[in-house]
Design a protein around this ligand. Structure first.
Ligand code: PLP
Length: 242
C-alpha cells in the first residue's frame, strides 16, 4: 500500500512537470491537492509523510474525522464538495479554504458566521463551466456580479476560481471548460475588486490534469491517480440533491 502511494505520487509529480514544461510553465507554480474523499486517514498519512501538504474533502463528517486523525502532521485541508448551508459552521472550523462557494445564499450565511466569530476565510468561487445540470457551481454569466457581491462582504477573501471540467473523453471539449475559467479570471481581475487576488485557478483532476495545466491551472485536485478507484460513485458526492 505504502509503495503504491509513493509510486503514484512520483508519477503525478512527473506528469505535472512534463505538462508544465510542455506549456512553458514553471512546475513549481502548480500545487497538488489530494482529493481524499473515502480515503482512510492511514492512507492519507502515507502521502503526507511522503511530503504532500494539501488535501481536499467533500463531506463534513470526513473532514472532521480526518482533521482529528491527522492533527499531528502539518498539512492544510480545503473543502471541495457541495456545501449545504446547515454545515457551514463546522466546515469553517476545519477547512482553511472553501473552494465551492457557488451561490449568494451560501455566501450570505458564511458571512453571517464569520462576522459573529470576527474572522475571515479564504475562498474560491466555483463555476459550472460545462453547463451540465448535474454539476454545482455558479453559471459563468453570473460570476462577475457574484464576485462583486462576495468581495463587498469583506469576510470572504476571494483567492481565485474552481471548476470541474466536462466528463468527456474529448479533451478539446474539456479544454474549453478550463479556457473559460481562465477567461473569467481575467474578467474578474479587470473589475479590480478590493482584496481579491484571483491568482488561483483550481482545475484538473486525474483524467484531465495535463489539459488543465496547459490552460493555466495553478492547483490540480487528484484522487484516483494517487489512491485508486473509489467504492462510491462521484454522484454520491456531487449531485445527491439534484
Ligand atoms: C473527487 C474529486 C476530485 C478528484 O477526482 P479524481 O478523478 O479522483 O482525481 C477533484 N475535484 C473534486 C471536487 C472532487 O470531488
Amino acid at each position: 500500500m505504502e509503495s503504491t502511494i509513493h509510486h503514484n505520487l512520483a508519477v503525478i509529480h512527473q506528469r505535472i512537470k512534463a505538462a508544465a514544461l510542455r506549456s512553458g510553465r514553471d512546475p513549481d507554480t502548480i500545487q497538488l491537492l489530494l482529493a481524499t474523499k473515502t480515503v482512510s486517514p492511514e492512507r492519507i498519512r502515507i502521502a503526507l509523510l511522503h511530503g504532500e501538504t494539501l488535501i481536499g474533502e467533500n463531506r463534513v463528517q470526513e473532514l472532521k474525522e480526518k482533521y482529528t486523525a491527522l492533527a499531528d502532521l502539518p498539512h492544510q485541508t480545503h473543502f471541495i464538495g457541495h456545501l449545504q448551508t446547515n454545515k457551514i459552521k463546522e466546515v469553517l472550523r476545519y477547512a482553511g479554504c472553501i473552494q465551492s462557494v457557488d451561490r449568494p445564499a451560501l455566501a450570505e450565511k458564511m458571512d453571517h458566521y464569520l462576522q459573529q466569530e470576527g474572522r475571515r476565510v479564504d475562498v474560491l468561487l466555483q463555476v459550472n463551466t460545462s453547463y451540465e445540470t448535474s454539476k454545482f457551481g455558479m453559471a459563468p454569466e453570473l460570476l462577475p456580479s457574484f464576485a462583486k457581491e462576495v468581495a463587498a462582504r469583506g469576510t470572504l477573501r476571494i483567492k481565485g476560481l474552481m471548476t470541474i471540467g466536462l466528463f468527456s473523453a474529448a479533451q478539446e471539449e474539456v479544454r474549453s471548460c478550463f479556457r473559460m475559467l481562465r477567461t473569467l479570471q481575467t474578467t474578474v481581475r479587470a473589475l479590480v475588486l478590493p482584496d481579491v487576488s484571483m491568482d488561483v485557478l483550481s482545475m484538473g483532476m486525474s483524467g484531465d490534469m495535463e489539459t488543465a495545466i496547459e490552460e493555466g491551472s495553478t492547483l490540480i485536485r487528484v484522487g484516483t491517480a494517487v489512491f485508486g478507484t473509489r467504492i462510491y460513485p462521484d454522484s454520491f458526492y456531487w449531485d445527491e440533491r439534484k
